[in-house]
Design a protein around this ligand. Structure first.
Ligand SMILES: *Cc1c(COP(=O)(O)O)cnc(C)c1O
Length: 405
């Protein structure tokens, strides 16, 4: 572990109180500032004795590993997606399949660090608002840490698998009469009353764990930095974390090239993409976001401004994709690579396709798509968009007739 400070992302003020989630001086978001001096003396191979996963990168993490609450998160595969690359027409495409985390999404990377931090603080109750995957992940890590857990979900808007997980791990599942942004407001109020340690996207420790997806990609590519990394953007915590990881690797001298960070939003929930198209540093919230990709159905992204900074600073890009493009990309991943992702995750591949056709992405690029969540989270999205099972009699003749038609 490195020593660190929690500072305001806007005004730089130091914030000491772990139950304060916004800068007391200016209201800005908080961020962890790592002291990486000792890492500068290390090389990537010095970390290799730990298995691939979040805690391999403990020197970049702000929590002492002795407090670690882990279910062996991270260490997900990076597929060399040759058939996908050929289909979309790019020279090299890799798929980082974060749906193979313990609870089926990348949220576990942040949650292992966030809940370890809660343990370090001696917290007894943790909570979050969620479009689904954050609550599934927090519920699992709270169970592992023997902490009470409250999750605030927008009623009726959570995919079946995610809801099942939160219930299964024994969290108090609160169905809020409102959308995600309203559920978050309620969770924040409870945190301000110090009734729970809040593990939403405004928690500065979660992105620290989420940096590990970028560290792993670099390890898996032998530090041969790709031209571009594409990922879906909802609350924009993940792209912010990936950006921070890139900057930290540059700071310690482990990379000398910066990948273009490229965020993809759903057409029905596009505040960051709209701001990017207008060249703005801030975004206008979307009142009623709507998309099949429930994990990115977010109108007022907590880290939206940081996402914009990440894309501008790395020469990246941002666009939207329609639900139809998302479903097509989801199928394409299944058909070409045998990978089943949830709709939000397919947005990265849909975005790759679209930006290639627009000429924003060059055919010669080496691209990594981060696929954030497992397709089994949301079976309804797949079943509703697939041909139904074929009714069949009960004889070999019936089967032969069907297979030859
Ligand atoms: C949370 C989530 C996202 C969005 O990530 P942000 O950090 O909110 O931008 C995308 N895909 C999946 C599967 C998620 O669970």
């Amino acid at each position: 572990m490195a020593s660190h400070r929690v500072v305001c992302w806007d005004c730089g003020a130091d914030v000491g109180d772990p139950y304060v989630y916004l800068c007391p001086r200016c209201g800005g978001l908080l961020s962890v500032k790592m002291d990486l001096e000792h890492v500068k003396e290390m090389e990537p191979k010095d970390l290799m004795k730990e298995p691939l996963g979040v805690w391999r990168y403990a020197p970049f993490m702000p929590v002492d590993p002795s407090h670690r609450v882990s279910i062996q998160e991270g260490g997900t595969p990076l597929y060399d997606a040759r058939r996908l690359a050929a289909d979309v027409g790019v020279s090299e495409a890799h798929v980082k399949f974060d749906g193979l985390n313990p609870t089926g999404s990348f949220k576990d990377r942040g949650m292992t660090v966030g809940v370890s931090r809660a343990r370090e603080l001696g917290a007894k109750v943790v909570g979050c608002a969620s479009t689904g995957n954050t609550s599934a992940s927090l519920a699992a890590y709270a169970a592992k840490a023997d902490m009470k857990c409250a999750v605030f979900l927008p009623s009726g808007k959570v995919a079946a698998g995610k809801l099942a997980q939160a219930l299964f791990y024994g969290a108090k599942v609160l169905s809020v009469d409102g959308n995600f942004d309203e559920a978050l407001g309620l969770a924040r109020e409870m945190a301000e009353k110090r009734r729970l340690y809040l593990l939403n996207s405004i928690n500065p420790y979660r992105p620290e764990g989420q940096k590990s997806v970028l560290f792993e990609i670099m390890d898996q590519l032998g530090y041969d930095v790709p031209d571009r990394i594409i990922l879906p953007v909802g609350n924009a915590g993940n792209i912010t974390a990936v950006h921070k990881a890139v900057m930290e690797l540059e700071e310690v001298g482990w990379i000398d090239k910066i990948p273009m960070l490229t965020g993809i939003q759903a057409a029905g929930a596009p505040p960051v993409a709209r701001a990017f198209a207008a060249g703005k540093d801030d975004f206008v919230p979307e009142e009623s976001p709507e998309t099949i990709a429930t994990a990115i159905r977010i109108g007022n992204p907590v880290n939206g401004r940081r996402a914009l900074r990440a894309m501008y600073d790395t020469g990246g890009s941002c666009t939207t994709v329609t639900d139809e493009e998302i479903i097509d990309a989801q199928r394409l991943l299944g058909k070409t690579e045998g990978v089943c992702v949830e709709p939000a995750s397919a947005a990265s591949v849909a975005g790759l396709r679209k930006l290639l056709s627009m000429g924003v992405i060059d055919k010669g690029e080496r691209v990594v798509c981060i696929c954030t969540g497992n397709g089994l989270k949301d079976p309804d999205a797949i079943i509703q968009n697939s041909p139904p099972p074929i009714p069949c009699g009960n004889s070999v003749e019936d089967v032969e007739r069907i297979l030859s038609s």
